[in-house]
Each structure stands twice: as structure tokens, then as C-alpha cells.
Design a protein around this ligand. Structure first.
Ligand code: IPM
Ligand code: MN
Length: 350
């Protein structure tokens, strides 16, 4: 019997609208001979909708999305300095609302320097690690505010929230993941200065690592971690870190592993109470949007992560193999547009 998988599709803004159709094209090509059918539910969300109607993510649509099995997300965000968006955060109202309300506490971001891909680190650089970024807490929590706004005495706070529950569950996920990989976890924080939240991360690290005697664990301050990421990236297997540090480190990880155009991610609820969301690490790139030149590979690889999550790992692997072959062939293909890359990947799968 054919398995029908309801999927929420949110292309969002800018190049998100260009790369998501290519990811869907490749997803269909990878699964067309399987007994699965994706039932696509398109959601028109993002800046244009907001400017037209004032809606970022209405509750009724949130309920519809909650009924799906997974979300394929493009990108969100407008042109910096757009006066129509002054003082509003569609990132918070749309993307972070999905991550928070669906309790997607694991933000999974693999970084692999594929053979044949030239890394900015130079020939011979090796990296094959996964960043497990906490997805629901930290400085992203929304706790804080502004007093005496607009006066010379204005005071602003942005509270980096860490809960034992929140840190423990993401730490356990990282240790479980390391068991299925090379058995090594690096915890990244800044506990020499952020003694309150960093201290909690430290004590949870101690508690959890005691339960995983087979896993090798070490700790790095986030500033030192940036050095190791560019000098000895091969030392990392699983990195677990808080929301903001993870945001920053995964842009760096993307840059060293072939560029942000290849960096995929999943915002995951491992307990499967809610749909998980798969999205390229890159943003809406308003500077190149509308030109059909964005690389859809990050969105395609995010769709492959979605297949893994949907227990269709074989099909996810087929997509990753097609991407690897496409990257190998890049030297001889010359510059290609967004749809050309999508077509080439789909052709490798049919
Ligand atoms: C990312 C993005 C988001 C984040 C923004 C758009 C809210 O930078 O997915 O890395 O900061 O998490
Ligand atoms: Mn980011």
C-alpha cells in the first residue's frame, strides 16, 4: 500500500522560493519508484504575505502545519534596511515560532568536506562532523526587553535562557548520535565568562557523559572552537552547543565545507510529537534573489535529511550520492543556474 506523507512546503522569501521547487523536483525523482506519495501543502508565508496582510503565521495555518509529517522550508528575511520592516522580526514571527512551538530542540547541521570539493582551507583539508545546535533556548528565547526606549537612558536585555531539561535533552541526543558515528562529543560554550548558563551546561555535560562511558568527550570555549574549526576540523565528530553559538559556528562550518550553498539542516523534534522542519542554513539572499543563480544543493540536501527523518534513509542516501557525483562533475560543467542544477540532480536519480 502506498504510504502518503503530508508535507508542508514553505518557500518563504528571496532565494527560498527558487531553491525549494528544485528540492521538490529532486525529492520526487528520488522516490518515484517507491511506494510513497508526498501530499504537498503549500503555505504562502514570508515578507510578501506580511506586507500584504499583516500576517506572519496565523494560528489556523499553524494548526494545518501541525497536521503534516514534515516541513520543507526555504528562507525568511527581507532586504536589510527595508523601512517597511523596521522594528519587526519576521524571523521571530515565522521561523522561530515554528521551531519553538513545535519544540524542535535539535538543530542538526552536518559539515562534510566531500572529496572533490575545494575547501577554502586548501587541498587535503578533511572535515566530517555534525553540529547539534540547541534550538529552543539560549539568547533566542525572547526573554528580555527595553526600558526607557528611545531615550539616552535606554536599557536593553536579551536573556540567554538555559534550562536543565533543555540542555539535558539536546546533550543526550548528541551522545546518542556520537554512538552511531565516531564516538566523540565536543561541548562548546563560554563557561569561563557565562558562568550561570555555562555552569549549567558544564554540570549537564558531567551528568550525561557519566552515562556514556564509551563516548569520548571534551569541552571548548566557543572562541577557541572557531580556531580549531579552521585549523584542525578533522578533530570534530559531534559538536553540541547552545542556540546562538551554534548559529555562528554553523555558518563557519558551512564556509569551510564547500560554502553555504551546500549547508543543510534539520530542526528536529526527536520525540515526533510535532513535524520537524528541513531548511538550508543559508538565508533569503535578497542580493541575488530573482536571478535564478542560487545553488539549490543546500535545499536538496535538506530534503535528503527529511527523508532520513521519515525513515526513508535509502532514498536520502541516493540524493546524497547524486549530489556527490554532481559536485565531482562541477569542474567541467561551468556556471549553471538554479534549475539546471536541480535538473542535473533529478536526472541522476531517474
Ligand atoms: C539560521 C538562521 C536563523 C537563525 C534566522 C533566520 C532566524 O540564521 O537558520 O541559521 O538565526 O537561526
Ligand atoms: Mn544562521
Amino acid at each position: 500500500m502506498t504510504r502518503t506523507i503530508p508535507l508542508a512546503v514553505i518557500p518563504g522569501d528571496g532565494i527560498g522560493r527558487e531553491v525549494v521547487p528544485e528540492a521538490l523536483k529532486v525529492l520526487h525523482a528520488a522516490t518515484e519508484h517507491e511506494d510513497v506519495a508526498f501530499e504537498l501543502h503549500d503555505f504562502d508565508l514570508g515578507i510578501d504575505r506580511y506586507l500584504r496582510t499583516g500576517d506572519m503565521l496565523p494560528d489556523a495555518e499553524m494548526r494545518q502545519i501541525a497536521q503534516t509529517e514534515a516541513i520543507l522550508f526555504g528562507a525568511v528575511g527581507g532586504r536589510p534596511g527595508d523601512p517597511r520592516l523596521a522594528g519587526i522580526s519576521i524571523e521571530r514571527g515565522l521561523l522561530l515560532r515554528l521551531r519553538f512551538d513545535f519544540d524542535q530542540y535539535v538543530n542538526l547541521r552536518p559539515a562534510l568536506i566531500r572529496p572533490g570539493v575545494s575547501s577554502v582551507l586548501g587541498p587535503g583539508a578533511r572535515a566530517d562532523f555534525v553540529v547539534v545546535r540547541e534550538g529552543t533556548e539560549g539568547a533566542y528565547s525572547g526573554s528580555g526587553g527595553v526600558l526607557r526606549e528611545g531615550t539616552p537612558n535606554a536599557v536593553a536585555t536579551e536573556v540567554a535562557l538555559a534550562t536543565h531539561h533543555g540542555v539535558e535533552r539536546v546533550m543526550r541526543f548528541a551522545f546518542d548520535l556520537a554512538r552511531r558515528r565516531r564516538g566523540r562529543v565536543t561541548v562548546v560554550h563560554k563557561n569561563n565568562v557565562l558562568v550561570h548558563s555555562g555552569g549549567l551546561w558544564q554540570s549537564v555535560q558531567d551528568e550525561v557523559s557519566a552515562r556514556y562511558p564509551d563516548i569520548e568527550v571534551d569541552y571548548l570555549h566557543v572562541d577557541a572552537a572557531t580556531i580549531h574549526l579552521v585549523t584542525t576540523p578533522e578533530r570534530f565528530d559531534v559538536i553540541v552547543t547552545d542556540n546562538l553559538f551554534g548559529d555562528i559556528l554553523t555558518d563557519l562550518a558551512g564556509a569551510i565545507a564547500g560554502g553555504i550553498g551546500l549547508a543543510a539542516s534539520g530542526s528536529i523534534d526527536p520525540e515526533r510529537r510535532y513535524p520537524s522542519m528541513f531548511e538550508p542554513v543559508h538565508g533569503s539572499a535578497p542580493d541575488i534573489a530573482g536571478q535564478g543563480v542560487a545553488d539549490p544543493t543546500a535545499a536538496v540536501l535538506s530534503a535528503a535529511m527529511m527523508l532520513d527523518h521519515l525513515e526513508l534513509r535509502g532514498q536520502g542516501d541516493r540524493i546524497r550520492d547524486a549530489v556527490a557525483a554532481d559536485l565531482d562533475a562541477r569542474a567541467s560543467t561551468g556556471p549553471r543556474g538554479t534549475a539546471e542544477v536541480g535538473d542535473a540532480l533529478a536526472a541522476r536519480l531517474t
